[in-house]
Ligand binder design. Structure first.
Ligand code: NI
Length: 136
């Protein structure tokens, strides 16, 4: 079994908040991340797949195919977008890094399988100090 990782990047705006709470209550929970006027991040997305190395081809999966899937299923939907307002697969969710990783996993899983490998990990880096890894 071998693990293969592709990195992609995207820039997005968002706000952490629960709609049923007041701005003040949201501020107490999420701090400045609850700013009603949004804020942005330069996200990094690491997608790791696992599989066997094809003896003839020497790879587990074609990295350009993996990149194409990530771009079509995720990057084009989130890059330079407002995650709260413009992304169907995050609709009605708190746009936390945790929910982002779980939602991206769901967007990718079936498409990655078609390449003959399995999704192993979706890692979303929100800032240089914070990241989330989701293993399904
Ligand atoms: Ni944020």
């Amino acid at each position: 079994m071998i693990y293969l990782t592709r990195r992609e990047r995207f820039n997005s705006a968002h706000r952490l908040f629960c709609p049923e709470l007041t701005d003040q209550e949201n501020y107490e929970i999420y701090g400045k991340c609850s700013n009603p006027n949004w804020h942005g991040h330069n996200y990094e997305l690491f997608v790791t797949v696992k599989g066997e190395v094809d003896a003839k081809l020497g790879y587990a999966a074609n990295l350009s195919s993996i990149s194409k899937i990530i771009k079509e299923q995720v990057i084009e939907k989130v890059d330079h977008k407002n995650l709260n307002l413009e992304v169907d697969f995050l609709k009605d969710m708190v746009t936390s890094t945790e929910n982002l990783a779980i939602s991206i996993w769901r967007e990718l899983e079936d498409h990655i399988k078609i390449l003959g490998v399995d999704l192993h990990c979706v890692k979303v880096v929100e800032t240089e100090n914070n990241y989330v890894e989701y293993y399904g």
